[in-house]
Design a protein around this ligand. Structure first.
Ligand code: ATP
Ligand code: ZN
Length: 480
């Protein structure tokens, strides 16, 4: 067949990078990703570069400076636009607005509204590339409203992306030749508002650059209404490349592919990005390398175990929370524990990797009845995985998994005595759970009886002062 007619435009895209700054095979890191951008930009100057969200959070490189490091690197990489994913909200939406103001390119989202009904970000932008007008619309996952701490999205509403899409696609008719969506919606069946659903309901979108489900689409996906959906996996393992040919104000041909480590073997990492990343790391190194203590055994925090069972790291963290707040008991969600710590030296870097959310310790005065309700909520999916699985201190209980949800917790002991449903106990938990995160809705009616600083700081001081680092789970949560 002959070469396609019309103007050739290339869209380069990334998603779900989760602050993977440096190469760690098969993750390519930011410098290599920029090297791939350089290569494609030199082949075709008519290039757009988009990121589909979850970029500024996920490793200490980002969390130590609440996202600013990644913003600096992305500015150097030269994006044209990005959409905020759910994890962009992890430092609170005010911080996200600050970060968006540091960006040299727009943060686009059409379905995040402030309490007065106005948009938090610019909904779309129009870019002219080689005389072709390209409308770019952003969509954020409505799941953000319950997947991050409620206080991070306080006062915000995530509206139906398809409803916003309909309005904007209409508005762009006559103003843009090509319509590109950049969304953090996902193609996953576990999400409701997927990109698949959106493009089915809203004709007129030429290309949908997607993220959130971490999906690897080798050659995109030809979805309803002739929309090409493209998604480049996760963690800088891939760069997406979409080629468009536009003739007479219309897309006449489109193709998608992915470039991975192997395909990019001969492409050099970008030197400027490499040295920027290195200089940020050098600044952070002394903080991260700081020794906190030692552990003779691995402290278990993997998602498989911390979300299904008591672990030694869960015990240690809950002990630290109870100790600093002098509470009767402590409960913290297994899903908030994001990594394990290997045997040997424990560094500050290890601790912030385990606890990247910047959660605070909150004390509540809670009835025995609500403690049982909270434990029931935590183990409702047991033995299946649940972010809200409780890691506890000062309390022990048994799970009878043959019983239905809501009545499987029994033999609850607090401070070595049987729990009294009518008594009031002091409970240390984290700010996420205290306002109803992970379905701990029974806590949200209580006002905070005290605040005791950050979880990571409490864990550090507890280890430093010689608190017991348990070799194995302490038998607080058992089946029976
Ligand atoms: P992805 O990286 O694919 O977007 P995700 O982080 O949205 O994934 P999970 O990795 O399953 O999804 O994490 C969700 C869990 O993380 C929640 O159930 C909760 O346990 C925990 N979590 C999320 N935000 C917070 C927070 N601010 N504080 C404490 N725990 C949190
Ligand atoms: Zn993600």
């Amino acid at each position: 067949s002959s070469a396609p007619s019309g103007k050739h435009i290339t869209i380069l895209h990334t998603n779900d990078m989760h602050a993977r700054a440096v190469a760690s095979s098969p993750e390519m890191g930011f410098a290599k990703v920029k090297g791939i951008f350089n290569q494609y930009r030199s082949q075709n100057p008519d290039t757009l570069t988009l990121d589909a969200g979850d970029a500024v959070h996920g490793t200490p490189f980002a969390t130590l400076v609440r996202g600013e490091s990644v913003v600096k690197v992305m500015n150097e990489m030269g994006y044209d636009a990005m959409v905020p994913g759910n994890h962009e909200f992890n430092y609170g939406w005010n911080r996200l607005v600050e970060l968006s103001q540091m960006l040299k390119f727009p943060m686009l989202s059409s379905n995040v509204k402030k309490s007065d009904g106005t948009d938090l970000f610019k909904p779309y932008t129009i870019k002219e590339v080689d005389g072709v007008k390209i409308g770019i619309i952003g969509f954020s996952t409505p799941e953000t409203s319950y997947k991050t701490s409620p206080k991070n999205v306080e006062g915000l509403t995530f509206t139906d992306p398809a409803v916003e899409a309909k309005k904007i696609v209409d508005e762009l008719k006559g103003k843009a030749d090509v319509i590109v969506a950049v969304g953090h919606l996902g193609e996953d069946k576990s999400s409701i508002d997927t990109s698949l659903k959106l493009v089915k309901e809203v004709p007129g979108i030429d290309v949908f650059i997607d993220g959130h489900s971490h999906t690897v689409l080798e050659h995109g996906l030809n979805a309803d209404n002739n929309t090409l959906i493209a998604s480049a996996g996760e963690y800088t393992k891939y760069v997406g490349v979409v080629d468009l040919w536009v003739d007479g104000g219309k897309v006449v041909k489109k193709e998608a592919k992915l470039v991975d480590e192997k395909a990019a073997a001969d492409i050099k990492p970008d030197e400027k990005v490499a040295s920027l990343v290195a200089s940020i790391q050098k600044e952070q190194e002394p903080i991260l390398k700081e020794k906190v203590g030692e552990t003779p055994v691995k402290l278990e925090g993997s998602r498989e175990l911390a979300r299904t069972s008591e672990t030694n790291l869960g015990d240690l963290l809950a002990d630290a929370m109870r100790d600093v707040s002098q509470s009767d008991l402590a409960m913290t969600n297994g899903g908030g524990i994001r990594a394990s710590i290997e045997a040997g030296t424990i560094t500050k870097g290890d601790i912030v990797t385990v606890l990247p959310f910047g959660n605070q310790i909150v004390q509540l005065k809670v009835t025995g009845e609500d403690i049982v309700a909270a434990l029931e909520n935590g183990v409702s999916d047991y033995p299946e995985s649940k972010g809200g699985f409780p890691q506890v201190s000062g309390v022990s209980f048994k799970i009878d998994k043959s019983k239905p949800k809501g009545s499987r917790v029994h033999s609850v002991m607090v401070g070595g005595k049987a729990l009294d449903p009518k008594a009031t106990y002091t409970l240390a938990t984290n700010d996420f759970m205290s306002i109803g995160g992970d379905q701990y809705t029974m806590f949200s009616k209580y006002s905070q009886a005290g605040m005791y600083g950050a979880l990571d700081e409490a864990l550090i001081s507890y280890i430093q002062k010689g608190g017991n680092v348990p070799a194995e789970p302490q038998g607080r949560i058992t089946e029976g």
